[in-house]
Design a protein around this ligand. Structure first.
Ligand code: GLY
Ligand code: MN
Ligand code: MN
Length: 463
């Protein structure tokens, strides 16, 4: 947990950026896996963590925008709980650690919200993403569970996005520190990517690094030699020399902050010529973005810069043809990179996407493109100092997509389908770094970039 002044300041800033009414922030409860006592790994709501820090089930909180009074609702544990869970700090003690004086029993929130509504006061809440909280919101507000998402407060969403998008010095220091564990997850995978290795052994070891360091993975590990499947959670393959192992994984710290990186290792330690050519194009796209990010730049422009770098590289190898500006404008590069360049990162690996991607990545003025590929861009807006974002270009050879475009004659002016077909079994390459936007530019987070050049990879793998 950060020191209490951090939470006090965050709440103060939320109070001053909102007009009137009540802000209601629900924590998360345990979620049963197959019967009530056998629960999924517990994850507190990130907005609750941001303003109240308490990482336990059974809490909700309100900020009264008119009186300025903040209250945490929760119950002290009883003897039955202590027998199973051990002693727990009281609600009062936990609240006091984050600078909150007022606590009440959990059940008293029902009357509290009912009274507020009966006085005609606005109750602001963010879009619920768990059905249990949709039902709780229905019980609290009378709004039907399935309508609670649509009833969320845009004023509150925008106020929280404005705060959480700019990481403070404590968050930046913490993120910089935990990058070392993300690095260890990746170098562990690189060293294990040898001929005959089972992907599942590597996936287990990668997750083990996160657990050994007191945290978890920040999202289910993506690890496969079939890297052309963007979110491949299947780890059933056995690696062979000259396979490419794509690993996209991150650490979730004990304070629930995320890292998110992707690296691709050549099994056996060295890339084939064909692999190296594609790898260098992705690396060039990553480096081009890395060199250009700074406050004031639109991230959509960085996405297009990566797209152009990839299209130029693919043309140099004979996979694309024609005028590159026209090819990119037509979206032809999306045959190879059918996803966006990156997203915000913080307490969530895709930060605040529970509010809706467009609130976080587009704001009021920008409109999301409807073109295949760019439509998946999660972050398009102007960069500001304090943003933490990912830069994750990739090139993938997805047989089903190649066949569809060829059969339907999509972008035939720009794609050399016969040549592309020679890469049918290639797999995919994505190279992902986490960037901090500074006052003057941007930098890769952490002390040291995760090994990324062919030489750096070979050195880790021991070639
Ligand atoms: N965790 C998938 C991604 O890189 O966004
Ligand atoms: Mn990732
Ligand atoms: Mn990512």
């Amino acid at each position: 947990m950060f020191k209490k002044e951090v939470y006090i300041d965050r709440r103060k800033r939320l109070h001053s950026s909102m007009k009137e009414g009540i802000v209601l922030i629900l924590g998360n409860n345990e979620a049963p896996m197959n019967y009530p006592q056998n629960t999924y790994h517990y994850r507190q709501d990130s907005t609750f963590l941001y303003f109240f820090g308490i990482d336990h089930p059974g809490y909700a909180a309100v900020l009264d925008l008119d009186s300025g009074k903040d209250i945490i609702f929760g119950n002290d544990v009883e003897i039955d709980d202590i027998i199973w869970m051990g002693p727990q700090p009281s609600v009062k003690d936990q609240a006091s650690e984050v600078g909150i004086e007022h606590t009440q029993s959990f059940n008293s929130i029902f009357d509290y919200i009912k009274n507020a509504i009966s006085q005609g006061r606005k109750v602001h809440f963010t879009p619920p993403y768990r059905s249990a909280n949709m039902i709780l919101l229905e019980e609290l507000t009378g709004i039907k569970a399935k309508e609670t998402k649509a009833a969320a407060s845009v004023e509150l969403i925008n106020a929280i996005v404005a705060l959480r998008s700019i990481k403070d010095k404590y968050e930046i220091a913490h993120l910089d520190e935990i990058m070392a564990i993300g690095t260890e997850m990746h170098t562990t995978a690189m060293r294990m990517a040898i001929d005959g290795a089972h992907e599942r052994d590597i996936a287990g070891a990668v997750e083990g690094v996160a657990l050994r360091n007191g945290g978890h993975v920040s999202f289910p590990v993506i690890l496969s030699k079939r890297g052309e499947t963007l979110h491949n959670h299947n780890h059933n393959n056995i690696l062979k020399t000259n396979d490419l192992l794509l690993v996209d994984c991150g650490f979730e710290s004990p304070m629930r902050y995320a890292t998110d990186n992707t690296r691709v290792s050549p099994v056996g330690g060295t890339f084939t010529q064909k692999q190296k050519e594609i790898y260098e194009i992705v690396l060039a796209a990553n480096n081009a973005v890395n060199a250009k990010v700074k406050p004031g730049v639109m991230y959509r422009e960085m996405h297009m810069l990566a797209a152009r770098t990839i299209a130029e590289g693919m043309k140099s190898l004979g996979l694309m043809k024609g005028n590159i500006d026209e090819a990119v404008a037509a979206g032809a590069h999306a045959l190879f990179m059918p996803h966006g360049l990156g997203h915000m990162m913080g307490l969530d690996v895709h930060d605040m996407e529970d509010f809706g991607e467009d609130y976080v990545g587009y704001g009021d003025e920008l409109k999301r493109s409807s073109q295949f590929g760019t439509a998946y861009l999660r972050l398009a807006r102007e960069l500001k100092p304090g943003f933490v974002i990912t830069n994750e270009p990739g090139i993938y050879f997805i047989p089903a997509l190649m066949d569809k475009w060829k059969a339907e004659g999509i972008n035939t002016d720009f794609i050399n389908f016969d040549k592309v077909n020679e890469y049918r079994d290639f797999g995919g390459i994505r190279l992902e770094d986490d960037l901090l936007i500074t006052e003057t530019g941007g930098r890769i987070m952490g002390d040291k970039r995760i090994p990324i050049t062919a030489e750096e990879l070979a050195a880790v793998i021991g070639k």
